[in-house]
Design a protein around this ligand. Structure first.
Ligand SMILES: C[S@@+](CC[C@H](N)C(=O)[O-])C[C@H]1O[C@@H](n2cnc3c(N)ncnc32)[C@H](O)[C@@H]1O
Length: 221
């Protein structure tokens, strides 16, 4: 049976990419999904607050964030049932099932009320998922639509300060996993932030290996 609102083609592709990878995902990705821990440390949700991750994968970020901010409640969506199986097992093993809930949904079009019984969150974050989501711009809009608080995004940058050969090797290797660093990531998010009257913060990490973006609740005057 298919889940309503899911792109069967893309969710099937993600399941195929991660069916085996999910077992070694957290161990291997810690060496190249850089900037995630910094992004998590900056979430700083209010006491009793709620946080949503789009494209939560194995739940690694949700677990770290829940440990760091023990007063908050966390939610995650992912299109891959395979990844969510790992996430649920890891969350249960960490003893955090009462504070972290995950559900299968497409980050470009989801109904948070139907999934989690709430339509707004204090923080939303997206970590290394926009580079895998077709129509990723809609996920940025969806993130902004479900919070008046900040939206935190970390993903591959354009490797602007790194040698050309490194960039070529990295791009070729990422393409094998259907990952495409988004050239217009910062520009698109800055445009959406501006249209919504929100502040936009951008930091390029490790010579452009990763980009960290924070859309604030309001533009400072
Ligand atoms: C590289 S992983 C990142 C996982 C996690 N955020 C992290 O930082 O470890 C990308 C995740 O995005 C998910 N994903 C891809 N397309 C998606 C979509 N349209 N909606 C929701 N999740 C999606 C994949 O299934 C995968 O779990």
């Amino acid at each position: 049976m298919s889940t309503p609102g899911l792109s069967a083609g893309h969710s099937g592709l993600m399941d195929r990419v991660y069916r085996h990878q999910r077992h070694i995902y957290d161990l291997t990705r810690k060496y190249y999904l850089l900037g995630r821990d910094r992004m998590i440390s900056e979430l700083d949700p209010p006491g009793g607050g709620t946080v949503l991750e789009l494209g939560c994968g194995t739940g690694r970020n949700l677990i770290l964030a829940a440990r760091r901010f023990p007063q908050a409640h966390f939610h995650g969506i992912d299109i891959s049932a395979e990844m969510l199986a790992t996430a649920r097992a890891s969350i249960a093993r960490a003893g955090l099932s009462h504070r972290i809930t995950v559900a299968q949904a497409d980050a470009t079009a989801f109904d948070a009320e139907a999934l989690f019984g709430r339509s707004d969150f204090d923080r939303v974050f997206i970590s290394y998922a926009l580079s895998m989501i077709p129509g990723w711009e809609r996920s940025v809009s969806a993130a902004l639509a479900v919070t008046n608080g900040s939206v935190h995004i970390v993903d591959f940058g354009q490797q602007e300060g790194l040698p050309g050969w490194f960039r070529t090797l990295l791009r070729g290797w990422l393409a094998r996993f259907h990952v495409a660093p988004r050239q217009t990531l910062a520009k698109e998010i800055a445009g959406q932030a501006d249209a919504a009257g929100r502040s936009f913060g951008f930091v390029s990490l490790y010579r452009g290996y990763a980009w960290l973006i924070v859309v604030g609740s309001q533009k400072s005057i």
